[in-house]
Design a binder for this molecule. Sequence first.
Ligand code: SF4
Ligand code: SF4
Length: 391
Amino acid sequence: MKSRVFFTDLSSTPQYNLFKKLNKLLLKAELKEIIDAGDLVAIKLHFGERGNTSYVRPIYLRNIVDRVRECGGKPFLTDTNTLYVGSRKESVSHIETAIGNGFDFSVVNAPIIIADGLRGKSFEIIRTDKKWYKEVDIASEIYNADSIVAVTHFKCHELSGIGGVIKNIGMGCAALKGKLNQHSSVKPFVIMDKCTGCMRCIQWCPAEGAIVRVKNNPLNPPSIKGTNPITPFTKRDKVKIVSEVCIGCGECILPCRDGAIKIKWDADTSSMQEKMVEHVYAVLQGKKGKYIFITFLTQISPACDCYPSSDIPIVGDIGILASKDPVAIDQASADMVNKQHGNRNSKLLKNFEPGEDKFRGVYPEIDWTVQLKYGEEIGLGSRDYELIEVK
Ligand code: SF4
Ligand code: SF4
């Protein structure tokens, strides 16, 4: 059976603005069905790293919070702490970053509760009995919430190809240990010929000792072949990655401007996607009929909101989707992005025409459909959907 995905575009008038359209979307998608009076409702979102600007705007969250309150729920905004060193590594900095990005109570009308405790160590063990895991660790306050409203900024992602609901829930509701487990498949390595020894990657790496300096032997220098032509040949030290110490977070890949850090894209990212899906299964299995997904197809950036910057969107803004099926809404989101003309001024390398795969256009090696196929396989949802336009 086809899953229902509701959609509204971004056209509006002074009489019928985007807040009114969003309200109608939530009405049609039956937000009220997932909330009973007095429910503690986790509104799961990404507050954006400090310096990022493409996360979903706080004023939209205010609108969603107010609708949850009207349904009798007690909403709180939530996310989990990050693996990498940044402005959301522990709860104090995370909440300060969220408020700095506009998610103050006076704006959003709801408190912020970081779901996995002060340092990401607060979790519940959920039994799954799936291919990768018998059980997984899920952030405590996600587990303890009565209902989940997942608000997702849809974009590209450097490890999973797309960053949609599955990423928001699977990785985003896992505590530190759960995130480490999902990333454990990712094993980056350095192509020595390309490494210019800038040491930028070391600044981004959260695992002390995972990236180490190695002496560049001037008597046996690496070949010039493959070196970024605008970077002069250098005899500086280079780096290598110690796989036993690396936690697979992938944070070193984008900061390397010389393309020297690679992973085995197919094997590494496919298993990571499937592990993510099993975490989504764990989050949702005890909450049947108590969750809904709202996805913003706006500022569709080439990398995730975990970076302290936001690059040029790969396509124009599209609209807002709502569904109770995490697989269907991600499939619909990807399909709608792929129907657009690609932005030639962005990080899109190819596939500019409508109908061509924009995510492969940014990350040619990542098969982002793995997460959707596996989600369908384990009964999380359907890739077959009916798109219902809400005018
Ligand atoms: S791997 Fe990349 S970021 Fe790291 S030192 Fe080499 S060139 Fe710089
Ligand atoms: S993937 Fe490994 S080497 Fe790269 S930043 Fe993460 S821990 Fe460090």
